[in-house]
Design a protein around this ligand. Sequence first.
Ligand SMILES: [Zn+2]
Length: 334
Amino acid sequence: MSQTKVALGRTVKCPNCGATLEITPDALAYVCKYCGWMGTTEDISTKDWLMAEPTSQQNAQQALTDFLKKNLKHVYTQSALLEFKGQAVPIWVSKVHAHTRYNGYRQETRTESYSVGVPDGRGGRRSEMRTRSYPVYVPVRGEFNEVLSYPVLGRRHAVFFGLEELKKRALISEVKPLDVKKMLGQKIDCLDVDLEESEARATAENLAEDEHRDRVESMTTKIFDCYTDDEVQSCRLVFYSLYTAKYSYRGKSFRVTLDGVSGTVVKAELPMTLGLRVGYTILGYVGIGLAAVASLLLGNTDQPLVAFVPILGGAALAAWSTLKATSEQRVKRG
Ligand SMILES: [Zn+2]
């Protein structure tokens, strides 16, 4: 692995095989998709890069076929595969040791029963039970001391359909040293890295602080102090594979993303079929009916609020169902 200054711009020549490569303007490291040569700037080393073992294109394509057959049912034959490609996304897997001390209080309402003497109507008195509520302030203090793991994308602007769902899987997958030849053998392109390790570490520290802060906020009404000391224990670059596919149905194209390690569908766009459209249309009429009945009641009640709730609910149901019935697609998560 040689160290070469990456030229700023869209294309560079691979010094090993001479191929012209398109890279992101801020790429710190990239892999030649023809020969597997890894190029870097001085800011980053390709040492210790890891990968999750990718599944083969054939396995992933079979999983896609099974998924579409199951979800499109009898209209499956009207779909056609337009595109299928493998990519490995660089993800900085960061382990953060975070120690947070917090101090605040939580307001609670307590209710107590007490007896009062009331006239019993026969000249004497009897006791009657009453209840009252009052606020109490419970001190909440303690500490969290733990190691948290976060996946931080090694690219600034990569937005993939299904990426958020996939990113977390890099935390739990088995990893081994990056084998570029193996990736190329499966026709998987390794994407450029353009986020430095130091930035990934800082992001992971912020995420740990936020996670602890959120947890303290959920336990308290008011926080006096909440301090986090954190330290990144390890930060390793893992190339995690995914397969992205496009298929057509009735002249429109739909996206599917598959986990390139397990070979299962992560997220998919599916066309709105006739059956679903009919279902949503019926639901829309139910909403309109509900709103109409509720508005009739409105004239006959002295509590207008009671009638307004079903009117608004019915109208909202009608609007939502109409939107669904007229949309071109739906999204399914695996
Ligand atoms: Zn090359």
